[in-house]
Design a protein around this ligand. Sequence first.
Ligand code: SF4
Length: 347
Amino acid sequence: MKEAMLYTKGEKGEVQCYLCRRMCRIKPGEKGYCHVRENRDGTLYSLAYGKAVAVNVDPIEKKPFYHFMPGADCFSFSTVGCNYRCKFCQNWEISQAYGGIVGEDWPPEKIVEYTHKNNIPGIAYTYTEPTVFMEYALDTAKLAHKKEVFNVFVTNGYESDAAISEMNGRIDASRIDLKGFHDKVYKELCGEVELEGVLASIKGLYKIGHIEIINLIIPGWNDDEDDLRALSKWCAELDPNVPVHFIGFYPANKMKDVPSTKLDTLLKAREIAMDEGIKFAYSGNRMDEKSESTYCPKCGENVVRRSGFTVLENRVEGYNRCPECGEELYFVNDIKEYWKRNGKRDD
Ligand code: SF4
């Protein structure tokens, strides 16, 4: 447990948390929407600090990041808790099971020592929503940077602007969920989330580092061509180089009666995205080497071949060049060069 960052004290012991866009007002003795931040006598605490409920070493492609340090492993962890209530959540046992704080003691020092000792190049804050354990994530990220270990956030994109400022220079890359392009999905499936807030966070995270966007396609909810076109257009206007991943849904949690997404739907979404100007669009969660691989947008050369979470061949030259025509690609193939260009904070 640690005193929380980003909150204000109000009258009668009430506090307001502004770590995420929910901006919860919390009375003494109560918790915020995420269930891991509690007001104790007028002070807000992060209850899950140092308690990791899931710990693994995963390939970065599993997050998925396809254009940031391809083939790198990441020490991956999370605490319990989330600021969404997705009816389709695959990790609902840890994100939405509010039976209290559970997990093993993994203080930031232990995580970074383990990662460094085992030559794991990066740390991923993932599985649930890392925003709700930001104090734990940033303390770990600072120590990681001191040891030249990079940090990636796997997030639903609902951080406040203040949280994004704190992440600047500490979190090197963010993979952000854009769960649909109309309020229906966000309101009815995710727990009264505002799409506009998510779009604002994506813009903020884009300004502070490398980003990739995923869209989980749920049959009957967000697979409509007009919605996919609107989502792709918005992403292309942000930056046509930002990779967009269309990934397949599996029945889970409260949506076990909805069928899995067919590969054809993902391929169609990918086509629409490219038609709208996205340079790097991918399918995911279904095996299809062709649509999981990277092609140079200028000459069409296959520069990274992938299958599932495995990089079969990475032919990106130097930091980010196509090996065939020399085109500069939206790619980070060398973390030290990335830090030179974007800065790295460890304070
Ligand atoms: S981080 Fe938790 S307590 Fe803070 S505003 Fe978001 S949901 Fe509420």
